[in-house]
Write a protein that binds this ligand. Structure first.
Ligand code: FE
Length: 231
């Protein structure tokens, strides 16, 4: 099974993150996606049962999902990154005690209690994974993308991080060290990407608009302004 799954991700070849994410978001119509489909069915069955027994309110569930899909998301994380780029004191606090620094901007709560921010430099690239399941910092990134939860990403990010990054369209020079961080329920990592060249004159808000979810997971870099996102 693992071989098949690894093969599937490998088969994506030079697909961009968007390609992988879109392919997986389309409803897991590949052979390797039987588990998520099964999981979806089980979740639906469980929800129906809980609603039927009057234990949960469907409207409350919808409100909760709406919050994480539309109100909490990577734009929050982007504001954190932009603040770190323009405010050295904030950046220092972010690298020292990420949970406290992030909550200064009002982002805290469930799945964001124990944050660690790791900084990319010209010689160091950080990549975040949850090898066990799908631990992810919800208050700053929203819900994890499907590929983040997939078995190929979870296993191969550790075994062959450079190969995985290549598949996301990110080829790093040999002299750049790649560090992989395994998020858990106790510690959730967020990547502080490098501020792109050509962004010196941008406002904090404009900087935040450059920051992508994928760059904060570490599977992409942030493109210079005007060049659009690589992933
Ligand atoms: Fe997890």
């Amino acid at each position: 099974m693992n071989t098949t799954r690894s093969g599937s991700l490998t088969a994506s070849g030079a697909a961009t993150t968007g390609d992988i994410a879109r392919a997986q978001d389309r409803g897991h119509d590949h052979g390797h996606q039987t588990v998520p489909s099964d999981l979806t069915l089980r979740v639906k069955a469980l929800e129906s049962l809980l609603v039927e027994k009057g234990l949960v309110d469907r409207a409350a569930l919808d409100a909760l999902i709406d919050t994480y899909e539309h109100k909490v998301g990577p734009r929050n994380g982007a504001r954190v990154i932009a603040r770190a780029w323009v405010d050295p004191a904030f950046k220092q606090r972010l690298l020292t005690d990420a949970t406290a620094a992030i909550s200064e901007l009002g982002y805290s709560g469930h799945q964001g209690e124990h944050m660690v921010v790791v900084e990319n430099t010209p010689k160091l690239h950080n990549l975040v994974v949850c090898t066990l399941c799908s631990c992810y910092p919800w208050p700053v990134l929203g819900l994890p993308p499907v590929w983040y939860k997939s078995a190929p990403y979870r296993s191969r990010a550790v075994i062959d991080p450079r190969g995985v990054l290549c598949e996301f369209g990110l080829e790093l020079p040999e002299d750049v060290e790649v560090r992989v961080w395994d998020s858990t329920a106790e510690l959730r990592y967020l990547v502080l990407p490098e501020r792109p060249t050509g962004s010196e004159e941008l406002s904090e808000e404009a900087l935040a608009a450059l920051v992508t979810r994928d760059a904060m997971i570490g599977v992409a870099k942030i493109a210079p302004p005007g060049e659009g996102s690589r992933a």
